[in-house]
Ligand binder design. Structure first.
Ligand code: ATP
Ligand code: MG
Length: 282
């Protein structure tokens, strides 16, 4: 077995006792969780809970103060950031990160760059190998454009696109790298109800049709309940609860953590009958 092969019952990603401190702030405090192959695993929690910091640890933008992350038998915490995409991990950002003055298609082709196996000389002389890689990249980009219904925007400059479309382009860019693990940081933020519904369908398609494992951060509990197999709730860097969406939403510690914000509480309640939470009977 090579380093990157693994058996079906092994988690795809395993975070063990992760902590990260920024000066006086313990942003992530002794967090452990496994992400299973093929599931949608969602991190929820109030603002500042440490959700994006966990993504940044997995992407190797940050190094943990203590703890480790294993991914497909590779110790991720030993890998340099530029190796992450080649290991099959792609992400979208809480604030969209795209090349604004390039077209949608160009953004997708840039996203594809990690798959290039061609060397400098073959790129300079545009050899057969380079041409084949170019064609393969194009083909993948077109497939993703079709999957996410972006045909109408494929030659538009990103800068001129509405926010909701940019959000889908960012998802498309990540998919073009053909990831095994996709990290989505707040995929529905800034989207209207209809766009959020579309996003839910796409996340389900990504899981069911492309077989990609999804680790998501999300505030919209309707979307979370619709697409997540398991949910981990955090508060102030710590794990509050882990389980199915329903189990986590009914957890007294989770309800309490959200009580500071009326909006968050109502969004937490939306998918279920109000008595579930008010009576605390379940
Ligand atoms: N680079 C950094 N330097 C200093 N503090 C940081 C840094 N990154 C994150 N933090 C702090 O760590 C804590 C967790 O932040 P994080 O961005 O992970 O929260 P979050 O759960 O993603 O919140 P939100 O829902 O608002 O996106 C916050 O107190 C934040 O200010
Ligand atoms: Mg965040």
């Amino acid at each position: 077995m090579t380093d990157t092969q693994q058996t079906a019952d092994q988690p795809l990603l395993s975070a063990r006792n992760l902590s990260v401190r920024f000066g006086g702030v313990l942003a992530v405090n002794n967090v452990s969780f496994d992400v299973k192959q093929g599931e949608v695993f969602t991190l929820i929690g109030p603002n500042g809970a440490g959700k994006t910091t966990l993504f940044n640890l997995i992407s190797r933008i940050y190094t943990p103060t203590s703890g480790e992350i294993d991914y497909m038998r590779v110790k991720l915490t030993d890998q340099p950031p530029h190796k992450i995409a080649a290991l099959g991990i792609a992400r979208t950002f809480q604030n969209i990160e795209l090349f604004e003055h390039a077209t949608v298609l160009h953004n997708l082709l840039i996203g594809r760059h990690t798959h290039r196996q061609t060397g400098l000389w073959s790129e300079i002389f545009f050899t057969g190998k380079t041409r084949a890689a170019e064609l393969q990249a194009r083909e993948k980009a077109e497939q993703v454009i079709d999957l996410l219904d972006l045909q109408h925007h494929r030659d538009s400059f990103v800068a001129g696109l509405p926010y909701g479309v940019r959000k889908v382009v960012e998802l498309a860019r990540a998919l073009c790298t053909e990831p095994r693990l996709l990290l989505l940081d707040e995929p529905s933020s800034g989207l209207n109800v209809e766009e959020t519904d579309d996003m839910a369908f796409w996340i389900q398609d990504i899981k069911n049709e492309l077989g990609i494992t999804v680790l998501m951060v999300e505030h919209d509990m309707t979307l979370v309940s619709k697409v997540s197999d398991r949910v981990l709730a955090m508060n102030q860097g710590e794990v509050l609860a882990m389980g199915t969406p329903r189990e986590v939403q009914n957890d007294p510690g989770v309800i309490e953590a959200y009580l500071g914000s009326i909006d968050d509480v109502s969004s937490l309640r939306r998918p279920y009958q109000a008595p579930d939470l008010r009576g605390g009977a379940q």
